[in-house]
Design a binder for this molecule. Sequence first.
Ligand code: GLA
Length: 384
Amino acid sequence: MTKSELQEKFRNRFNKEPTHFFFCPGRVNLIGEHIDYNGGKVMPCAISLGTYLVVAKNTDKMLRFQCLNFPETAELHLQSSYSKTGKEWFNYPLGAIHQLLQNDHVISGLDMLFYGDLPIGAGLSSSASIEVLTAFAVSELFQLNITNTDLALLGKKVENEFIGLNSGIMDQFAVAMGRHDKAILLNCDTLEYEYLPFEIGNYVLAVINSNKQRELADSKYNERFAECGAALKLLKKEISATHLCDIDIETFRMHRHLVNDDKLEKRALHVITENERVKEAKETLKSGDLKKFGELMYASHQSLQDLYEVSGKELDTIVEFCKDYENCIGARMTGAGFGGCAIALVKRDSFDDFAAKLIIYYKERIGYEPEVFASVIGDGVKEL
Ligand code: GLA
């Protein structure tokens, strides 16, 4: 949707002109899954799809939330704090405003129109996108001078405290800090980060939306979070560590008997090996060894499938197809899992053939079609 189309929609809904336009991308995670809340290193990048906000201040002390993707709207008096009501989309931007107010920032009323071209709830961080977008926009409109790292931390608080999901920092950090053609290597413990070249030459990064509804994803996510905490607690009887990712694989092997529960042992093994894979992946990107990077993607998926058990037959079917497709060198689920999206590295001139064949393969086995598109690695949140 163009800026002038958004402007017109705003005008029709609010009977006035918008003053500012903002955009925040979604993200894919190249590797390092389910380790951000275990103090690990992750490697996300921002994509070109995302969420738009068209906005104007008002003088009647109202927060008005409208969205072109959903019929539900909200209109609330400006007050010092809010709490989540129901499951509607506007809880995410409302949570961001709530957090800003909790930090004693003073704002006025706002008329807000949102629009997203990201598939919603498909594991491309539509929620982080709208949270960071709202916080960034408010920070710009009221000159709050909040750094992008702090915006990411604020977005995480929205998830953890307002929405009730124990997610890590990866998504909010990626959408706040993304850079064109760069992967972000983020240490989720210290928040140290570096940009790595994501130069894939004659390959493209394919994003495949399984179109599987992510039922119960939030409760399963919180369950994994709790399982990691339980495994860490057992290991801490003999190992000094703050996070599971502080433990290397050798140390884990020597002490795995402490985790006297099969399921917890599998969860810990995924986390610890995935953290090692990210370190290796960094070297492959630096040296331009894309083939090796692709192998690490497949290994990551296998671990998420067998040990962490967050994949599912839809995502596994996609990765199974990729493994047999000659011009695909790596694939894996991305994001929380339980449905959502997979990513794959595919030779550029085979992309159309890859997409067409994958759609048929998937439909035959799953009963409906996935969406397949080639993604551009874009910038983080910005004013348009
Ligand atoms: C979701 C969470 C992230 C991260 C991923 C899994 O996207 O929001 O914090 O844990 O799942 O890697």
